[in-house]
Ligand binder design. Sequence first.
Ligand SMILES: NC(=O)c1ccc[n+]([C@@H]2O[C@H](COP(=O)([O-])OP(=O)(O)OC[C@H]3O[C@@H](n4cnc5c(N)ncnc54)[C@H](O)[C@@H]3O)[C@@H](O)[C@H]2O)c1
Length: 357
Amino acid sequence: MPKTLKIGIIGSGGIAVSCHMPGYASMPELCEMVAVCDIAKEAAEAAAKKFDVAKVTTDYRELLADPEIDAVSITTPNAFHKQPTIDALRAGKHVLCEKPLAMNAAEAKEMCRAAKEAGKILQVALQTRFGGPARFVKTFIDNGNMGPIYYARAKALRRRGVPHWGVFIDKEKQGGGPLIDIGVHILDLTLFFMGYPKPVSATGKTWDILAKDKTVKNFWGDFDRDRFTVEDFAVGLIRFEDGSVVTLESSFMANMEGDPFETQLFGTKAGAIVRAWGDNPVSIYKEIDGQYFDLSPQNLPRVESSHVAEVQAFVDAILGGKPSPVPGENGLVLNAIFDALYRSSETGKEEVVDVSL
Ligand SMILES: NC(=O)c1ccc[n+]([C@@H]2O[C@H](COP(=O)([O-])OP(=O)(O)OC[C@H]3O[C@@H](n4cnc5c(N)ncnc54)[C@H](O)[C@@H]3O)[C@@H](O)[C@H]2O)c1
């Protein structure tokens, strides 16, 4: 009988309890959660109780010192991704680290190097690409149906959706605002469809006007405007080595219709829109025999939870000796683009995107 993987959880808050732990719990024949860590003891104890995990600690180093543990989920706030990830890799554990990989590209590079040196899997928790619509569109593109994608418009926009809990409005702990928090998902999905071309430069602009205005209501509940140190809206244009371009818009607050979370792909043979919500997640725009067709695929693959699917892909890669399903280098590309966009907003100029390791 093959070995059952032993798993540790570092950071047992929202995403750990609602997504990572259910993911591991869905495969009792392949893996077993054996330890939970959180600096808040009650959080660790509650998570351990819910999923019947024996060991609880408030010090992640203690968890990593356990030779029985093969792999860990790093589900701490962004400012606490880098060190536990590097320490885990050096301790010989595979790592599934929450998104964004790091606060910035410098941190992401250190993490990627540590994974390379250790010869262990570093997977970034970017689950959108594991969903049914994403799986279909990726195969559709890879089968040559769209031709090369030379332009994409990525949007992760909320009209009034500032998260008032956790550390989402604190630049020191989060690294940025909507760009780094939700823009990361739609940009990853877009680049995944495009085959992750190498970015070379980016220009962008961020604002914090609405969030700083105490008269502007937040539908998700009020938050401390004086502690709001991230952007509420960001726009960017990113150039890639192969000549393709992506524009990205991301907001926690904007005066606009709805909350679009979608990417629009412009290929030489067809175009597509992939939406995260609604009844019509994929639309394809194609010319056939001189007619323009708007196509809606009707039997997209069903994936109950993309979060659970991402955890299953992590375990499958470890057991099968496969490469990381979402390599750390993809996380580095995203962090490097965000760095350039934030810099560009300050300088007013196009900035280099440096993804060298
Ligand atoms: N993939 C997604 O769609 C998604 C959704 C939500 C959050 N996230 C990501 O998950 C991460 C955590 O977010 P969350 O919403 O679960 O936050 P959370 O605040 O609910 O949980 C984080 C937990 O980490 C603990 N913690 C902090 N520092 C620690 C340390 N050094 N060692 C051990 N524990 C520590 C905190 O006490 C807390 O319980 C963030 O990086 C966030 O971007 C991803």
